[in-house]
Design a protein around this ligand. Structure first.
Ligand code: ATP
Ligand code: MG
Length: 140
């Protein structure tokens, strides 16, 4: 079993898609170990996406991620990191495969519905950003 972090981004929350995306994740075999609703500050969003600080879209990305509440989700599944990235679809929904979360729920390359950790190592760092270990439900 492998843990990963998803964030249902502010566009998903605002559109009322939180429940549908969580249902999709569960149907794909993910177990939800932690769930929050947070309204990120500019500092928090900037720190979370610090790897993109030099990119031209960084300021806009931080504004988007602070535009309303978002829903961090601690997930677990066999091959969880890779599987989440697969079912999310491409960053740009115009390039996302049929049936992927971004194909169904994203608006454009920035307002793209969901974040997913890109490696097991980053998943642990990102999970710790939103959850303390006592917040996470252990496997039954
Ligand atoms: P995430 O890290 O959110 O899971 P990703 O790994 O598919 O997405 P990244 O390249 O890490 O894509 O970009 C992080 C986020 O920055 C994207 O999900 C999107 O919201 C935004 N973004 C990426 N590229 C662009 C762009 N060219 N213009 C505007 N926003 C962008
Ligand atoms: Mg990324």
């Amino acid at each position: 079993m492998e843990q990963t972090l998803a964030i249902l981004k502010p566009d998903s929350y605002a559109a009322g898609n939180t429940g549908r995306i969580l249902a999709h994740l569960e149907a794909e075999g993910f177990t939800i170990r932690g769930l929050r609703i947070v309204h990120l500050t500019q500092e928090q969003a900037g720190a979370f996406y610090a790897v993109h600080a030099e990119r031209p879209f960084y300021g806009s990305l931080v504004d988007f991620m602070t535009s309303g509440p978002c829903v961090p989700v601690a997930l677990e599944r066999e091959n969880g990191v890779k599987h989440l990235r697969q079912i999310m679809g491409a960053t740009n929904p115009a390039e996302a495969a049929e049936g992927t979360i971004r194909k169904q729920f994203a608006t454009n390359i920035e307002n793209n519905a969901i974040h997913g950790s890109d490696s097991a190592e980053n998943a642990q760092i990102e999970l710790a950003f939103f959850f303390s270990s006592s917040d996470l439900i252990a496997a039954q």
